[in-house]
Unconditional design. Structure first.
Length: 140
């Protein structure tokens, strides 16, 4: 097992709402940023995905808000893939302040879409193994 992947993010003022805390939609952007950062660190580019005829899709997302985030807060956004048998996989993510306080927990279900057939591929793990220069980043 590899060390948990994370990316740093600083909450920007324009991302906050009228109450002064991070707008709920931005949590999804932070999660997406961490997912794509992990994919890229593992050696998979968007061009390679398209060349293989697949693209990652989000099928379901659950956000548990634990503590508010304010402009200027510095956080780490983690990303961990959890594989199951079949067409889908889970992605577990945590947004944590630098003092260790968990601000949000995000759980997603994803898959790889065959761009021609417009259906999920049967075993996304095999595509990630084949495309990644470092599949261990995905726990493979």
């Amino acid at each position: 097992m590899t060390e948990a992947f994370s990316v740093p993010v600083t909450v920007r003022g324009y991302e906050t709402d009228v109450q002064g805390h991070l707008n709920q939609s931005v949590y999804l952007s932070y999660a997406e940023h961490a997912r794509w950062s992990l994919i890229q660190e593992a050696g998979i580019s968007q061009d390679r995905l398209i060349g293989k005829g697949v693209g990652p899709v989000v099928l379901e997302t659950t956000i548990r808000y634990r503590r508010e985030l304010l402009a200027g807060d510095e956080v780490e956004v983690t990303c961990d893939f959890a594989w199951t048998e079949g067409k889908t996989f889970r992605i577990e993510q945590t947004i944590r302040k630098t003092d260790g306080t968990v601000a949000a927990e995000i759980t997603g279900v994803g898959g790889l879409l065959d761009l021609k057939e417009r259906r999920l591929v049967a075993d996304p793990r095999e595509y990630f193994k084949e495309l990644a220069s470092d599949p261990s980043r995905f726990g493979l």
